[in-house]
Design a protein. Structure first.
Length: 317
């Protein structure tokens, strides 16, 4: 058999197969592929969303950084003179106009010493970025954290370390000193987070405190205040005041960054969104039928009102 004959036979077979394939393709119902196309489109959108860039802004220079650092250093030095355990976090409330001189001359604020777990410190960091106001901002000296401003409230903190850079351990106790305003913030965080974030002050052994007055810092039997710490520690060591806490804010709408490590609030919100879109998916194709139902209802209502009017007229005449 010659080469030309073999070539022609293969060519006829190819045309025949192609013809049968085109006939089968013509008979195929492409409407069945619509769900698959929707799924591929949704997957492409999610993949592109997950590839969006993320930016970070580190808060190294702040208007109150030096004030907070020196104030925290004064408190730490005061606790050393009382032979107290090392203070991990100093939580202070300051307004944008507060300075060291104005704080020294303000009303006395009693200092409290208590312990929180690493998980509760993350809740405290959430409260610091959620309750931001010009009148009273919470500053956490000795606690570095990163948060994403576009995540859901009370699930924004993504990383948490101590002032020395060590990672915060969830179940470990950390020594905290703050003023009385911190206890009101604990209740506020619990209320706003629907009970998901509860903060319970403890003593050094981990037992819950039944009375906050048990943890008042004292000197010679009298409460120790923030103003006294400033007055007794006028010369703050430079090594301490030059170590401000670092707060890093993440920007962007990267899907992975927005939903990673979700808590119950995030899970509930995502479930509600899924339920909403599923309801839309079910309702939209049936909108025409619903409009017909409303038209039938209006027609029947008119008929009932007409019959009622005719009945009243017959009764009168």
């Amino acid at each position: 058999m010659s080469t030309g004959t073999t070539y022609k036979r293969l060519k006829r077979r190819f045309k025949k197969k192609l013809y049968h394939f085109l006939l089968a393709l013509n008979d195929f119902d492409f409407g069945r592929l619509r769900p698959l196309c929707y799924l591929l489109l949704l997957s492409s959108v999610l993949l592109a969303w997950a590839k969006l860039p993320t930016k970070e802004t580190t808060n190294l220079v702040d208007g109150q950084t030096s004030v907070v650092a020196e104030l925290a250093a004064s408190v730490r030095n005061s606790t050393k003179t009382q032979n107290m355990p090392f203070v991990d976090v100093v939580a202070v409330f300051l307004s944008e106009e507060d300075t060291l001189s104005s704080l020294a001359g303000s009303d006395k604020e009693t200092l409290y010493s208590f312990y929180l777990t690493g998980k509760e410190l993350s809740y405290l960091a959430e409260g610091a970025i959620t309750t931001v106001s010009k009148e009273n901002n919470l500053h956490l000296d000795g606690l570095n954290f990163t948060y994403h401003k576009n995540r859901l409230p009370f699930n924004r903190v993504t990383a948490l370390t101590t002032g020395s850079g060590e990672e915060i351990v969830t179940g470990q106790l950390y020594h905290v000193i703050s003023t009385e305003d911190i206890f009101a913030l604990f209740h506020y965080i619990s209320y706003r987070s629907i009970g998901i974030m509860n903060i319970y002050p403890k003593d050094a052994s981990g037992a819950l405190l039944s009375d906050y007055q048990q943890v008042v810092l004292t000197t010679t039997g009298t409460p120790f205040t923030l103003q006294e710490a400033l007055l007794t520690n006028k010369e703050v060591p430079a090594a301490v005041s030059n170590m401000p806490s670092v707060v890093t804010m993440q920007h962007g709408f990267n899907l992975i960054d927005l939903i990673k490590e979700p808590n119950r609030i995030t899970i509930c919100v995502i479930a509600l969104f899924i339920a909403f879109f599923a309801l839309l998916w079910y309702i939209v194709p049936r909108m025409n039928r619903i409009r017909v139902w409303f038209r039938i209802y209006r027609i029947r209502s008119r008929k009932r009102s007409t019959h009622h009017t005719l009945y009243e007229l017959r009764k009168r005449f």
